[in-house]
Structure formats: structure tokens, C-alpha cells
Design a protein around this ligand. Structure first.
Ligand code: ADP
Length: 488
């Protein structure tokens, strides 16, 4: 495909290696489908292990070129130019993303805006990463330096392709690393357009390389490549384990941002008017395909029926349509994902769980589109699979509780620990709960699914380790060196 509506027309079958756009080895491609219609829209390059090896070599070579000589302030200025360039191409990125992954236009646009914001944030942060001086024995001067790892590999998923590319590439570049980016097989187009944008903005050749392709081939080759110095991965727990094993062979550090089953805990004294939009949106944003979706709604008995009735009313008005219809929900990313989510809804029905509400499908949706109605299950036992497993679709469960202790037990009762929302007006309880729940991010009287460029983000337990976003991510993208000098 050539993106003809773009001022940066690009051939989706080409990958970027060392500043050169070229087909993958032997011209290999795979098909790209529009999940709103089910139609094939183009082919995308399918990188081989050899292509990945070429990309890693190019990234290594770029460290010795102009990029390696740049000061932190120069890198920051360049990142700011990339941020501006992303904004200038916001419409093209938005349209392409909506077509590729089915995001309603407004949500696709939010992602383009967030990607620009990541580059803006990391532009400002680039020259503010400092070491320490350390008091030591007499006659010594000791200080620490933060240096780039070198070549960083980035394996990203399909749910927020632009935001996740922005946060990991932005952070890695700010620290002076070079990058090899492997976008998801179902969501590679905006990564290619973004690379064109960064190139035009002046990013030197080889600093960012993009190897679109499939996980088992391009992804696995990148994760296991002996000349990669750091891997950042966002995706499923199963693949996260594979990445960690592959990196372990080379003793390479990894950052793993895996799934979640994040609770939003509503106490009797919560401001329900304020909570309602967050309770609903955190579960259905991006059609529920969000690692940090607040999809387990724990509600104290005194407001239980009230919360269910308010959520039901809101959910029954949610509309599902094509990305271009720009309704509250678009399709899921693929037929495969739709089958998975349909399976979860069926399993809830088979267990006799009751559905409190479902949204509305637009009329005349294309038959091959990957649509699912947002669905709210009520009275779900905390150990049911709908309350334990990451569904990655617009399905929420409501669970009652009586006491704070019980709420903590249920909240912490999954293998995940990514985000928790706490809704209460009681300040002491806010503090107690923030300490007691196991999660990398806690929101009190708000909930930020997927948001917060400035806010360190990552999990505990099976949600992974390491932190993305914010300033904290820069520590992950750097190596600490301690220098001890003996003097007279
Ligand atoms: P999800 O389907 O939840 O997005 P996956 O974990 O399947 O998550 O995919 C996330 C990313 O990992 C994608 O870019 C995918 O191509 C890649 N991937 C899948 N399998 C592997 C693998 N064995 N090794 C490395 N990367 C992989």
C-alpha cells in the first residue's frame, strides 16, 4: 500500500534498516486487515531473523556516528522537533491507525497526540538526567554517571501502537540509545509512518530501525539477539516469559509491561456522580483492549445496587460502530481477538452469571467486522475466570464486598498488579488502601487507563517489572556507572 493521503507517502511493504527503506528478506509480507470491515487493506513487510540482525547491526553502527556524539541538550532538541513533526502529521496518523486497528477517530487521535506528548516530555527530560556524588573515604571523589545501554529492542503490542512506541522510543532516545522497533503484526502501519516522520525531522540514519513482522520470527530474533543491550516489551504474560528467557541467554535486562485485571473499588461514601464516567470508561476505552482497563468493579454493599443501576444505564447507551463512525466503541482489533472475547462472554453465560447491561450495535455493520457489545456482568464470584483473567475486550464484572479488609483481599486476589482505582471520600481510608493494594499505579477518586505520560507505569506480580513513562523510565533505559577517584 502507498498511503496516498499522506504527504509522507510510504510503502507498507518496506522496513527501515540503517536509514534505508527496503523490502524484508525475499520480499516477504503478511496481510493487513481493517477490523471495521474485515477487508484486507494492504500487505506489510515480514522481517526475518536476517533482517533483524541487519537492523541490530545498523543500530550498533549508529552509536558510533553523529548520534553518539550528540550532547543531551541536542538530543532533547531533536526529540522536540520529532514531537512537532508528529503533531504536523496528526491527521494522517489518526486516519491510518483508525483503519489499521479499528479505533474510533477520536481515540486514534488521542493516541497521536499522546505520542507527540511523549516526545515533548522526553525532549525536556533528556538533559536533566544526573548522577550523584557519594561521600566516601578520605582522599576519594566518587560520582555516578547514567549512560545509555546502547542498542535497545522494543517489542510492542497492537492496542496502543502510537502511545507505546512514543513512550519506549522517546525514553530510549532521550538517554542516547539506538532502537530497533518490532511493532505488532496487527498494528504496524503507524510505526512505519512515524519512522518516516522522525527521519524527516532529522533523526540520523540507523538510530531508529523498524522491523515489522510476526512475533515468533522477528520478535523472537530481536529478543534473543546477542548484540542487543536492553529489551522493552509490552504484551501478554506468555510472550513476556519467552522474552525474559531469550534475554536471559544473553544476560540482557528487560522491562516487561504485561497484563492486568485492575480493580476499581467503590466504597459506600464515594462520590458516585464523579465515579460513574471513570467506572464505565476505564473498562470500555479502546473497546476494553487496555492493559490497565479498570474492569473489576468492587462495590461496597450499601451502594451496590445503585452503582449497578447507574453503570447499566450508561452502558446500555454505549454505541458500537465502525472506526470512522467515531462512536464510543469501535471493533476489536481482529477476528481472533473477537473470538477470544466472545468465548469469555459465553463462559459467563454458561456459569449462569447475569448480565446487567449491554451496549448497542449500529445498524448495518459489515458482517466481517470484529464487533462486540460492551457487557456488564454482576454478582461475579471473585474466583471466576471473568474476574481473574485479562479479557482484553469491553467486558466488566461487578463484585460486592462488605468491609475494607474484604475489599483488599479481593483486589489483591489475582496474579496481576498493574493499576487500582479507589473511590472514597474518607482520607484515612485513601491512605490505608493505597498502601494495602498491590499495584504499580494507584488512582484515588479518578482513574487513568492508559493515560499519564508523566506518571511512572508498570506492574508487580504477573503484570511485569520495570517502569515505563515519566522520568523513572529513563533510569530503565540507562546504565549506572560508579566512578571512584583516589586523590592526594
Ligand atoms: P497481545 O496479543 O496481548 O498484544 P502478544 O504478547 O501476543 O500480545 O504480542 C505482543 C508483541 O509481542 C507483538 O509485537 C508480537 O508480535 C510479539 N511477539 C509474539 N510472540 C513473540 C515471541 N515468541 N517472541 C518475541 N515477540 C513475540
Amino acid at each position: 500500500m502507498t498511503a496516498s493521503n499522506s504527504s509522507l507517502a510510504f510503502n507498507s511493504e518496506e522496513i527501515l534498516i540503517g536509514g534505508k527503506w527496503r523490502p524484508a528478506e525475499n520480499g516477504a509480507t503478511h496481510d493487513v486487515y481493517n477490523p471495521s470491515t474485515g477487508d484486507m487493506i494492504c500487505k506489510i513487510g515480514k522481517s526475518s531473523a536476517k533482517d533483524v540482525d541487519d537492523a541490530v547491526r545498523a543500530a550498533r553502527a549508529a552509536l558510533d556516528g553523529e548520534w553518539g556524539q550528540m550532547t543531551a541538550v541536542e538530543r532533547g532538541r531533536l526529540l522536540m522537533r520529532i514531537s512537532e513533526a508528529i503533531k504536523n502529521h496528526e491527521n494522517e496518523l489518526t486516519t491510518l491507525e483508525a483503519m489499521d486497528v479499528g479505533k474510533p477517530i477520536t481515540q486514534a487521535r488521542n493516541d497521536a497526540v499522546a505520542m507527540a506528548r511523549y516526545f515533548e516530555f522526553y525532549a525536556g527530560a533528556a538533559d536533566k538526567v544526573m548522577g550523584h556524588t557519594i561521600p566516601y573515604m578520605d582522599g576519594y571523589m566518587v560520582y555516578t554517571l547514567r549512560e545509555p545501554h546502547g542498542v535497545t529492542g522494543h517489542i510492542i503490542p497492537w492496542n496502543y501502537p502510537m502511545q507505546i512506541a512514543g513512550r519506549c522510543i522517546g525514553g530510549a532516545l532521550a538517554m542516547g540509545n539506538t532502537c530497533v522497533l518490532k511493532p505488532a503484526e496487527d498494528a504496524g502501519l503507524t510505526a512505519l509512518l512515524f519512522a518516516r516522520i522522525a527521519e524527516k525531522a532529522g533523526l540520523p540514519s540507523g538510530v531508529l530501525n523498524v522491523v515489522s513482522g510476526v512475533g515468533a520470527e522477528a520478535g523472537a530474533s530481536l529478543a534473543g539477539h546477542p548484540d542487543v543491550d536492553h529489551i522493552s516489551f509490552t504484551g501478554s504474560v506468555g510472550v513476556g516469559k519467552e522474552i525474559q528467557k531469550a534475554a536471559a541467554e544473553n544476560i540482557v535486562p528487560v522491562t516487561l509491561e504485561l497484563g492486568g485485571k485492575s480493580p476499581q473499588i467503590v466504597f459506600d461514601d464515594a462520590d458516585l456522580d464523579a465515579a460513574l464516567p471513570f467506572l464505565v470508561n476505564a473498562g470500555i476505552q479502546n473497546a476494553g483492549q487496555t492493559c490497565s482497563a479498570g474492569s473489576r468493579i468492587l462495590v461496597q454493599r450499601g451502594v451496590y445496587e445503585d452503582v449497578i443501576s447507574r453503570m447499566s444505564e450508561a452502558i446500555s447507551k454505549l454505541r458500537v460502530g465502525q472506526a470512522t463512525d467515531n462512536l464510543e466503541l469501535g471493533p476489536l482489533v481482529s477476528a481472533k481477538q473477537k473470538a477470544i472475547v466472545d468465548g469469555y462472554i459465553d463462559s459467563g453465560k454458561e456459569s449462569g452469571l447475569s448480565i446487567a447491561a449491554q451496549g448497542v450495535m449500529s445498524d448495518d455493520l459489515p458482517e466481517k467486522g470484529c464487533y462486540i457489545k460492551p457487557t456488564l456482568f454482576r454478582d461475579v464470584p471473585p474466583d471466576h475466570k471473568l474476574a481473574q483473567e485479562e479479557i482484553f475486550g469491553p467486558v466488566q464484572v461487578v463484585i460486592p464486598f462488605d468491609t475494607e479488609v474484604e475489599a483488599v483481599k479481593i483486589a489483591n486476589g489475582t496474579e496481576y498488579g498493574l493499576v487500582t482505582g479507589i473511590w472514597t471520600e474518607n482520607g484515612a481510608r485513601q491512605m490505608r488502601m493505597a498502601k494495602a493494594v498491590k499495584a504499580g499505579q494507584i488512582f484515588i477518586n479518578n482513574y487513568g487507563a492508559g493515560g499519564g505520560v508523566e506518571l511512572p507505569f508498570g506492574g508487580i506480580g504477573k503484570s511485569g517489572f520495570g517502569r515505563e513513562k515519566g522520568f523513572e523510565a529513563l533510569y530503565g533505559f540507562s546504565v549506572l556507572k560508579t566512578v571512584a577517584t583516589k586523590h592526594d
